[in-house]
Design a protein around this ligand. Structure first.
Ligand code: NAD
Length: 254
């Protein structure tokens, strides 16, 4: 059986993926700010280092997969926490675990969002993320809105993944991203309850072609497939699991 590491394993999609992987007899190393095998605040450089070192210590023979699933919603405050956790923690930990993944020809699965295409590639916040400029990205987003902070962090994540596919494949690591739509978790509950963003999110949920919102199991089961040997030739893909909402909004793009 395989050995996987993930962040954000305490609740929501990460907790459900951890449960499914363990149920399939895989070993799972869980990192989270609240509880888990490794407790670390991924908003900080020290927390990211603790996470990477802790995973290395627990899986010296290599990893079959790594899923940087921890994420903060558009209502997180201060807004600079969003790029810190959603983007910088994800890419730094994937990079820090690259050799460990390569030992087993493993895979890293980025957790994006169907909101990622809603911010442009040329947005200065997205560009600051891609340039590795954490201070610049945080400064840029502080004066803006939660939706741009969240969707922009996911846009940057997808672009980072696509730009790194060739180099990671050459090193023996398969990169992909999953892009969930609205999923019933503590994260989406926080947004639904927000005075500013809640109404817009409920309206959006009402427009989803396949209807409503996803359960975490519906996202985690697709992720589990993408991590598995059955998906061994899936590389560089962005898999929307969103009830058709991205196709509805961008019918002529793929
Ligand atoms: P969630 O709030 O249930 O889980 C997020 C997890 O991240 C929590 O366990 C939390 O403790 C952890 N976390 C937050 N900040 C952290 C930090 N600084 N350090 C370490 N851990 C931290 O949310 P979820 O909905 O399960 O989200 C999981 C991923 O899915 C996120 O990346 C999110 O952006 C993405 N996503 C969610 C939805 C949705 O509608 N729920 C849609 C698209 C994408």
């Amino acid at each position: 059986m395989g050995i996987y590491a993930l962040t954000g394993g305490a609740t929501g999609i990460g907790a459900e993926l951890k449960r499914q992987l363990r149920q399939a007899n895989h070993e799972v190393i869980s990192v989270d700010i609240r509880e888990g095998d490794i407790v670390a605040d991924l908003a900080t450089a020290e927390g990211r280092q603790r996470a990477v070192q802790g995973i290395r210590d627990r899986a010296p023979q290599g990893l079959d997969g790594y899923i940087p699933c921890a994420g903060l919603p558009p209502v997180a405050k201060p807004l600079s926490l969003i790029p810190r956790v959603n983007y910088f923690a994800a890419v730094e930990t994937v990079a820090g675990l690259r050799e460990l993944l390569a030992l087993k020809r493993g895979t890293a699965l980025i957790v994006a969002s169907n909101s990622a295409p809603m911010v442009g590639n040329d947005d200065p916040y997205v560009q600051a993320c891609l340039a590795g400029d954490e201070t610049g990205a945080c400064t840029n987003i502080e004066g803006r809105d939660g939706h741009s902070a969240y969707a922009g962090s996911k846009r940057a994540l997808v672009l980072w993944m696509r730009r790194n596919v060739v180099a990671y494949a050459a090193a023996g690591v398969r990169l992909n991203a999953v892009a969930p739509g609205i999923t019933r978790t503590p994260l989406s509950e926080q947004v639904m309850a927000d005075a500013e963003l809640g109404e817009a999110m409920k309206q959006f949920a009402g427009m989803v072609p396949w209807g409503g919102t996803a359960e975490p199991a519906q996202i985690a089961s697709v992720m589990r497939f993408m991590l598995s040997p059955e998906a061994g030739f899936v590389c560089g893909s962005v898999f929307f699991v969103d009830g058709g909402s991205d196709a509805m909004l961008r019918s002529d793009s793929f």
